[in-house]
Design a protein around this ligand. Structure first.
Ligand code: SAM
Length: 282
């Protein structure tokens, strides 16, 4: 037991929180697991933690029990009464924001709650919007943002795409380049489908992303354009795949110092940054 609140299964039954697939609802009831995820985001010293999708509040309770101040963004209004019970148990430590996390500036929200550069994001993300949320957070300006760590659960397949390098060709792509540019990402541990209610079809993984305080200078939209073009035809040579940018690919590659015959999956983050900068300067 981590607090005097009722067990999560009872909370879910009492509030009629049957899981909705459209909202990516796969709940965690195992206190050892929620505790482990929260510890990976800690230690907390009244640290502001933004949690996306608290649902009935399993991970929220683990974060609070370990000393975090939590701002939880939840889209499903059915979860609000259950979260209100937790807020009452931890006076002044839990703020619940009803809304779509994709439409909320999480850095502004954390700052409005007193975060001063030591805020975190910790979440068992809804899988249908997980990549969109991560991309938005990593492309945010200014960088580094108010968050000093992101501890996030994804489908394992997405987690592998986040931490991939050119050595892991099949998984290496736009997401790895973006995350590798602005963060140091590593896979912490896998979570079996059986840990969730209802169980998803695939294994999940918890990933830690620590912001790089001084990433190579680069314009995020330009990096997106060149990685989209290059990985859109990942088996083709760059002189071919980059034609879709509507510029002279040979000149662009020469300016970036890259051989025309290389393929996207062989180019490291520094190479893509050089390409994005050549594209911006055209
Ligand atoms: N944190 C809980 C847990 O670990 O048991 C629930 C995690 S469940 C995988 C994802 C949660 O995100 C659900 O509660 C769902 O309602 C919520 N959600 C889905 N889409 C959302 C969105 N766009 N913005 C905020 N919350 C969302």
């Amino acid at each position: 037991m981590i607090d005097a609140l009722p067990p999560l299964r009872e909370v879910v039954t009492r509030h009629g929180l049957d899981a909705k697939k459209t909202l990516g609802q796969n709940f965690l009831f195992d206190l050892n697991l929620t505790g482990r995820i929260a510890r990976a985001a800690g230690p907390f010293d009244d640290t502001v933690v933004v949690e996306i999708g608290p649902g009935p509040g399993g991970l929220t309770r683990a974060l609070l029990a370990q000393g975090a101040k939590v701002i939880a963004i939840e889209r499903d209004a059915r979860c609000l009464p259950a979260l209100e019970e937790i807020a009452q148990h931890y006076p002044g430590r839990l703020t619940v924001v009803e809304g779509d996390a994709l439409a909320i500036d999480v850095a502004d929200l954390a700052r409005a709650h007193g975060a001063d550069g030591k805020a975190r994001i910790c979440a068992n993300l809804p899988y249908n919007v997980a990549t969109a949320l991560l991309t938005r957070w990593i492309e945010a300006e200014p960088w580094p943002s108010v968050f000093d760590r992101y501890v996030l659960m994804f489908q394992k397949e997405v987690a592998l795409r986040i931490v991939a390098t050119p050595k892991n060709r099949a998984d290496y792509g736009r997401l790895a380049v973006l995350c590798g540019w602005r963060t140091k990402a590593r896979l912490l541990f896998d979570v079996s489908p059986a840990a969730f209610t209802p169980p998803p079809k695939v294994t999940s993984s918890v990933v830690e992303l620590v912001p790089n305080p001084a990433p190579l200078p680069c314009d995020a939209p330009a990096l997106t354009r060149v990685t989209q073009a290059a990985f859109g035809q990942r088996r083709k040579m760059l002189r071919q795949s980059l034609k879709s940018l509507g510029v002279d690919a040979a000149t662009l590659l020469a300016r970036a110092g890259l051989e025309e015959t290389r393929r996207a999956e062989e180019i490291d983050v520094a190479g893509f940054v050089a390409l994005a900068n050549a594209f911006s300067a055209r």
